[in-house]
Design a binder for this molecule. Structure first.
Ligand code: COA
Length: 162
């Protein structure tokens, strides 16, 4: 299966939204606190893309978007600039066919080209398989985030540029 990866265009916000809803749908009502992605709309995604607040990558099979992630440039006073990956998602019928693998490889190539010293991912601590997924790609646990009533609900994983 040929998979192309590139940044999403604003007109693809609806397709990105659909992938997110289908991929994260099984977590609805099960993972607490609820994923903010469920509040997202295609218009909100398009507005973030236009303002360059976030970029979204898309993985395409025969020109149809089947996978995505969100990329946000950020800066840590201690560790310098980094790119934050969130909302990694693949349509259920395309899962297990290395689409996420292609997305992550593309991200790593891009980060190396742009000399971004660190990549980070936000993963729910309640989903240890996903932490292992990131570890598989060379990420390690950097720390945790908490909310009132939800200690360490988020695991921050990071990978330094080689
Ligand atoms: C997690 C997700 C993005 C993986 O996408 P995918 O295209 O099915 O993953 P791939 O087929 O590219 O798998 C890449 C590698 O990770 C492993 N892997 C895949 N899903 C995994 C999982 N859930 N946990 C642990 N390892 C996993 C695979 O074995 C594969 O290893 P290999 O390349 O050595 O064979 C997809 O299952 C998804 O959209 N899930 C729902 C949304 C979600 O949980 N997003 C992540 C939020 S942090």
């Amino acid at each position: 299966m040929d998979v192309d990866v590139r940044f999403a265009r604003v007109k693809e916000a609806r397709a990105v939204h659909r992938i997110l809803m289908e991929a994260f749908g099984p977590y609805a009502g099960k993972v607490k606190p609820p994923f903010q992605v469920f509040q997202e709309t295609p218009e909100g995604i398009a507005a973030d893309m236009r303002r360059r607040r976030h970029r979204y990558a898309v993985a395409l099979v025969e020109d149809v978007p089947v996978g995505t992630f969100r990329l946000t440039s950020a800066h840590s006073a201690k560790r310098g600039p980094y790119w934050l990956v969130s909302r990694l998602a693949v349509l259920p019928e395309f899962q297990g066919r290395h689409v996420a693998h292609r997305l992550i490889d593309w991200l790593h190539e891009r980060a190396e080209r742009h000399q971004v010293p660190e990549l980070r991912g936000h993963v729910r601590t309640a989903l240890p398989r996903l932490i292992r997924f990131y570890q598989h790609f060379g990420y390690r646990v950097l720390g945790y985030r908490s909310l009132p009533g939800y200690p360490k609900y988020l695991t921050v994983v990071a990978r330094r540029l080689k």
